[in-house]
Write a protein that binds this ligand. Structure first.
Ligand SMILES: NC(=O)c1ccc[n+]([C@@H]2O[C@H](COP(=O)([O-])OP(=O)(O)OC[C@H]3O[C@@H](n4cnc5c(N)ncnc54)[C@H](O)[C@@H]3O)[C@@H](O)[C@H]2O)c1
Length: 132
């Protein structure tokens, strides 16, 4: 017997915020593949339209919407219910993701201009010990 992870999601109305981002886009494609009707929400109309065009099945909806003003949320939900009659699932992946290494080893941050300089490496190690 085949196991279908999307079983039960057919025809569901699903809103995915941050839908044109890295995770959001994949979630959109997965729900669409499972037979859901997907509403892609993100900041840029061209990007949400592009994700909607990639999705299987449908009908789907692509809405450019800035989620920061909370007062605008009812209008967004109203668009969804006007198009699909109801909202079954909300996936919130909208975010501002700041990617940076957990430990910086760049010369600029450490003050080391050459890794060949033993004395400077020693002072770096001492500085690190002092900071701990
Ligand atoms: N990528 C990872 O490795 C990772 C790991 C753990 C958790 N997360 C979390 O998952 C979430 C999504 O990550 P991602 O990698 O897809 O990020 P991403 O930056 O690729 O996508 C986020 C999307 O949110 C949209 N967005 C930002 N502000 C918005 C607003 N005001 N209104 C509407 N849309 C808005 C952006 O335009 C973007 O498309 C984040 O909360 C992140 O912290 C990510």
């Amino acid at each position: 017997m085949a196991f279908n992870i999307g079983s039960g999601l057919e025809g569901k109305s699903v809103v995915i915020t941050g839908g044109s981002g890295g995770i959001g886009r994949e979630v959109c494609l997965a729900f669409a593949a499972a037979g859901s009707r997907v509403v892609v929400v993100d900041l840029d109309q061209d990007r949400v339209t592009a994700v909607a065009a990639e999705m299987e099945g449908g009908p789907h909806l692509a809405i450019a919407h800035d989620l920061r003003p909370v007062a605008g949320h009812p209008a967004l939900i109203a668009k969804v219910t006007a198009a699909f009659g109801r909202l079954d699932v909300l996936v919130s992946t909208a975010a501002v993701l700041i990617r940076r290494p957990s430990i910086s080893t760049s010369p600029k941050r450490t003050g080391i201009s050459s890794t060949r300089s033993t004395s400077r490496r020693r002072s770096f190690s001492a500085k690190r010990r002092h900071e701990r």
